[in-house]
Design a protein around this ligand. Structure first.
Ligand SMILES: Nc1nc2c(c(=O)[nH]1)N(C=O)[C@@H](CNc1ccc(C(=O)N[C@@H](CCC(=O)O)C(=O)O)cc1)CN2
Ligand SMILES: Nc1ncnc2c1ncn2[C@@H]1O[C@H](COP(=O)(O)OP(=O)(O)OP(=O)(O)O)[C@@H](O)[C@H]1O
Length: 192
Protein backbone atom coordinates (compact mmCIF):
# COMPACT_ATOMS: atom_id res chain seq x y z
CA UNK A 1 0.00 0.00 0.00
CA UNK A 2 0.94 3.64 -0.20
CA UNK A 3 2.50 3.76 3.29
CA UNK A 4 4.81 0.84 2.44
CA UNK A 5 5.91 2.47 -0.80
CA UNK A 6 6.57 5.72 1.05
CA UNK A 7 8.61 3.86 3.69
CA UNK A 8 10.74 2.25 0.96
CA UNK A 9 11.23 5.60 -0.80
CA UNK A 10 12.12 7.21 2.55
CA UNK A 11 14.80 4.60 3.36
CA UNK A 12 16.36 4.94 -0.08
CA UNK A 13 16.50 8.74 0.05
CA UNK A 14 17.79 8.75 3.65
CA UNK A 15 20.85 6.75 2.59
CA UNK A 16 21.54 9.11 -0.32
CA UNK A 17 21.12 12.18 1.92
CA UNK A 18 23.53 10.75 4.50
CA UNK A 19 26.17 10.26 1.82
CA UNK A 20 25.69 13.82 0.47
CA UNK A 21 25.77 15.27 4.00
CA UNK A 22 29.18 13.68 4.62
CA UNK A 23 30.51 15.53 1.57
CA UNK A 24 28.59 18.72 2.33
CA UNK A 25 31.30 21.34 2.77
CA UNK A 26 31.69 21.86 -0.97
CA UNK A 27 27.95 21.74 -1.60
CA UNK A 28 26.51 24.06 1.04
CA UNK A 29 27.68 27.49 -0.20
CA UNK A 30 26.22 27.02 -3.67
CA UNK A 31 22.99 25.59 -2.27
CA UNK A 32 22.66 28.65 0.00
CA UNK A 33 23.26 31.15 -2.81
CA UNK A 34 20.71 29.41 -5.06
CA UNK A 35 18.22 29.46 -2.16
CA UNK A 36 18.69 33.21 -1.59
CA UNK A 37 18.24 33.87 -5.32
CA UNK A 38 15.00 31.86 -5.36
CA UNK A 39 13.57 33.72 -2.34
CA UNK A 40 14.25 37.12 -3.89
CA UNK A 41 13.64 40.45 -2.13
CA UNK A 42 13.53 39.67 1.63
CA UNK A 43 12.35 43.00 2.99
CA UNK A 44 8.92 42.85 4.64
CA UNK A 45 8.59 39.09 4.13
CA UNK A 46 7.91 36.49 6.82
CA UNK A 47 10.04 33.47 6.01
CA UNK A 48 10.02 30.09 7.75
CA UNK A 49 13.36 28.34 7.86
CA UNK A 50 14.19 25.30 9.98
CA UNK A 51 16.82 24.11 12.42
CA UNK A 52 18.43 21.16 10.66
CA UNK A 53 18.13 17.75 12.27
CA UNK A 54 19.77 14.44 11.39
CA UNK A 55 21.47 14.88 8.00
CA UNK A 56 19.25 17.66 6.59
CA UNK A 57 20.86 20.38 4.48
CA UNK A 58 20.99 23.39 6.82
CA UNK A 59 19.49 26.69 5.62
CA UNK A 60 20.97 28.54 8.63
CA UNK A 61 23.42 30.75 6.65
CA UNK A 62 20.52 31.84 4.42
CA UNK A 63 18.34 32.54 7.48
CA UNK A 64 21.06 34.79 8.92
CA UNK A 65 21.40 36.65 5.60
CA UNK A 66 17.63 37.06 5.18
CA UNK A 67 17.32 38.41 8.72
CA UNK A 68 20.10 40.92 8.06
CA UNK A 69 18.33 41.97 4.84
CA UNK A 70 15.06 42.85 6.61
CA UNK A 71 12.92 39.69 6.63
CA UNK A 72 11.32 38.28 9.79
CA UNK A 73 12.32 34.65 10.26
CA UNK A 74 10.52 31.85 12.05
CA UNK A 75 10.98 28.11 12.63
CA UNK A 76 8.43 25.25 12.88
CA UNK A 77 7.01 24.09 16.20
CA UNK A 78 5.02 20.87 16.60
CA UNK A 79 1.97 21.63 18.73
CA UNK A 80 0.40 18.18 18.49
CA UNK A 81 0.43 15.06 16.32
CA UNK A 82 -2.02 15.38 13.43
CA UNK A 83 -2.06 19.20 13.67
CA UNK A 84 -0.44 21.82 11.42
CA UNK A 85 2.88 23.26 12.53
CA UNK A 86 3.03 26.61 14.31
CA UNK A 87 5.88 29.04 13.63
CA UNK A 88 7.82 30.93 16.26
CA UNK A 89 9.99 33.97 15.51
CA UNK A 90 13.73 33.31 15.29
CA UNK A 91 16.65 35.71 15.12
CA UNK A 92 20.38 34.91 15.08
CA UNK A 93 20.40 35.90 18.78
CA UNK A 94 17.50 33.64 19.83
CA UNK A 95 18.15 31.34 22.77
CA UNK A 96 17.44 27.83 21.47
CA UNK A 97 16.25 24.87 23.53
CA UNK A 98 15.84 21.19 22.54
CA UNK A 99 12.45 20.54 20.90
CA UNK A 100 10.44 17.34 21.35
CA UNK A 101 11.45 15.88 17.95
CA UNK A 102 15.20 16.46 17.79
CA UNK A 103 15.24 19.94 16.21
CA UNK A 104 15.90 22.86 18.52
CA UNK A 105 13.26 25.56 19.03
CA UNK A 106 13.38 29.17 20.31
CA UNK A 107 12.97 29.55 24.08
CA UNK A 108 10.56 32.43 23.38
CA UNK A 109 9.33 34.48 20.43
CA UNK A 110 6.23 35.78 18.64
CA UNK A 111 3.94 33.40 16.70
CA UNK A 112 4.12 34.29 13.01
CA UNK A 113 2.35 33.25 9.80
CA UNK A 114 4.95 32.81 7.05
CA UNK A 115 4.37 33.82 3.42
CA UNK A 116 7.41 31.84 2.30
CA UNK A 117 8.62 28.51 3.68
CA UNK A 118 12.00 26.84 3.28
CA UNK A 119 10.85 23.24 3.57
CA UNK A 120 12.99 20.33 4.79
CA UNK A 121 12.47 16.95 3.20
CA UNK A 122 13.76 13.41 2.87
CA UNK A 123 13.08 12.93 -0.86
CA UNK A 124 11.74 14.87 -3.84
CA UNK A 125 11.00 14.13 -7.48
CA UNK A 126 11.04 16.13 -10.72
CA UNK A 127 7.34 16.95 -10.30
CA UNK A 128 8.07 18.83 -7.05
CA UNK A 129 6.49 16.18 -4.89
CA UNK A 130 8.08 15.84 -1.47
CA UNK A 131 8.42 13.18 1.18
CA UNK A 132 9.12 14.07 4.82
CA UNK A 133 9.44 11.99 7.99
CA UNK A 134 5.88 10.74 7.73
CA UNK A 135 4.10 13.02 10.18
CA UNK A 136 2.17 14.87 7.50
CA UNK A 137 3.05 18.12 9.31
CA UNK A 138 4.08 20.16 6.29
CA UNK A 139 1.16 18.80 4.23
CA UNK A 140 -1.34 19.99 6.85
CA UNK A 141 0.53 23.27 7.32
CA UNK A 142 0.72 24.16 3.62
CA UNK A 143 -2.91 23.19 3.09
CA UNK A 144 -3.96 25.63 5.82
CA UNK A 145 -1.62 28.47 4.81
CA UNK A 146 -2.52 28.19 1.12
CA UNK A 147 -6.24 28.28 1.91
CA UNK A 148 -5.75 31.63 3.66
CA UNK A 149 -3.14 33.46 1.55
CA UNK A 150 -0.67 33.00 -1.30
CA UNK A 151 2.14 30.91 0.18
CA UNK A 152 5.38 29.83 -1.45
CA UNK A 153 6.96 26.53 -0.38
CA UNK A 154 10.58 26.12 -1.41
CA UNK A 155 12.05 22.67 -0.84
CA UNK A 156 15.74 22.66 0.12
CA UNK A 157 17.75 19.48 -0.31
CA UNK A 158 20.86 17.80 -1.65
CA UNK A 159 20.52 16.86 -5.32
CA UNK A 160 21.18 13.25 -4.22
CA UNK A 161 17.76 13.20 -2.51
CA UNK A 162 15.93 13.10 -5.86
CA UNK A 163 13.96 9.94 -6.59
CA UNK A 164 12.43 9.03 -9.98
CA UNK A 165 8.98 9.18 -8.39
CA UNK A 166 7.85 9.98 -4.85
CA UNK A 167 4.67 8.00 -4.07
CA UNK A 168 1.76 10.42 -3.72
CA UNK A 169 -1.56 10.50 -1.91
CA UNK A 170 -4.31 13.12 -2.16
CA UNK A 171 -3.29 15.00 1.02
CA UNK A 172 0.29 15.61 -0.22
CA UNK A 173 0.99 19.29 -0.88
CA UNK A 174 3.43 19.93 -3.75
CA UNK A 175 6.33 22.37 -3.54
CA UNK A 176 6.47 25.59 -5.58
CA UNK A 177 10.21 25.24 -6.12
CA UNK A 178 13.04 22.91 -5.15
CA UNK A 179 16.57 24.17 -4.61
CA UNK A 180 19.69 22.04 -4.51
CA UNK A 181 23.39 22.81 -4.88
CA UNK A 182 22.74 22.63 -8.64
CA UNK A 183 20.13 25.40 -8.56
CA UNK A 184 16.34 25.35 -8.99
CA UNK A 185 14.86 22.07 -10.15
CA UNK A 186 13.75 22.00 -13.78
CA UNK A 187 12.29 25.50 -13.86
CA UNK A 188 9.18 25.46 -16.03
CA UNK A 189 8.96 21.68 -16.35
CA UNK A 190 5.44 20.30 -16.77
CA UNK A 191 3.79 19.21 -13.52
CA UNK A 192 0.97 17.15 -14.97
N1 LIG B 1 14.55 20.43 10.79
C1 LIG B 1 13.28 20.05 10.82
N2 LIG B 1 12.46 20.54 11.73
C2 LIG B 1 11.18 20.11 11.76
C3 LIG B 1 10.67 19.18 10.83
C4 LIG B 1 11.57 18.66 9.86
O1 LIG B 1 11.23 17.82 9.02
N3 LIG B 1 12.86 19.12 9.90
N4 LIG B 1 9.36 18.80 10.89
C5 LIG B 1 8.58 18.36 9.83
O2 LIG B 1 7.58 17.73 9.99
C6 LIG B 1 8.76 18.85 12.20
C7 LIG B 1 9.35 17.69 12.98
N5 LIG B 1 8.76 16.51 12.48
C8 LIG B 1 9.15 15.24 12.77
C9 LIG B 1 8.28 14.22 12.54
C10 LIG B 1 8.61 12.93 12.85
C11 LIG B 1 9.86 12.65 13.37
C12 LIG B 1 10.24 11.28 13.73
O3 LIG B 1 11.27 11.05 14.30
N6 LIG B 1 9.44 10.27 13.38
C13 LIG B 1 9.73 8.90 13.70
C14 LIG B 1 8.54 8.04 13.49
C15 LIG B 1 7.40 8.53 14.34
C16 LIG B 1 6.26 7.57 14.32
O4 LIG B 1 5.65 7.42 13.24
O5 LIG B 1 5.98 6.98 15.37
C17 LIG B 1 10.87 8.38 12.85
O6 LIG B 1 11.04 8.86 11.72
O7 LIG B 1 11.57 7.50 13.34
C18 LIG B 1 10.75 13.67 13.58
C19 LIG B 1 10.40 14.96 13.27
C20 LIG B 1 9.02 20.19 12.82
N7 LIG B 1 10.39 20.55 12.75
N1 LIG C 1 -4.28 17.64 5.38
C1 LIG C 1 -4.30 16.42 5.89
N2 LIG C 1 -5.41 15.94 6.51
C2 LIG C 1 -5.43 14.71 7.00
N3 LIG C 1 -4.41 13.84 6.94
C3 LIG C 1 -3.31 14.25 6.34
C4 LIG C 1 -3.18 15.56 5.79
N4 LIG C 1 -1.95 15.68 5.26
C5 LIG C 1 -1.33 14.51 5.48
N5 LIG C 1 -2.13 13.64 6.13
C6 LIG C 1 -1.79 12.27 6.52
O1 LIG C 1 -0.61 12.27 7.29
C7 LIG C 1 0.10 11.04 7.09
C8 LIG C 1 1.57 11.27 6.83
O2 LIG C 1 1.76 11.97 5.61
P1 LIG C 1 3.08 11.81 4.73
O3 LIG C 1 3.59 10.41 4.78
O4 LIG C 1 2.84 12.44 3.41
O5 LIG C 1 4.08 12.75 5.59
P2 LIG C 1 5.39 13.50 5.13
O6 LIG C 1 5.11 14.44 4.02
O7 LIG C 1 6.43 12.47 4.88
O8 LIG C 1 5.73 14.28 6.48
P3 LIG C 1 5.96 15.81 6.83
O9 LIG C 1 5.00 16.63 6.02
O10 LIG C 1 5.66 15.86 8.30
O11 LIG C 1 7.36 16.14 6.57
C9 LIG C 1 -0.55 10.35 5.91
O12 LIG C 1 -1.28 9.24 6.37
C10 LIG C 1 -1.48 11.42 5.32
O13 LIG C 1 -2.64 10.86 4.76
Amino acid sequence: MIQDRKATARAQAFAARKQAHAEASAIVPSAISHLLASIGQPEGRIIAGYMAMRTELSPLPAMVALHAAGARLCVPIIEAKGQPLAFQEWTPESEMIPGPFGASVPARGAWLTPDTLIVPLVAFDARLNRLGYGGGFYDRTLERLRAAAPTRAIGFAYAAQELPEVPQEPTDQPLDALITENGPLAAGAPRA
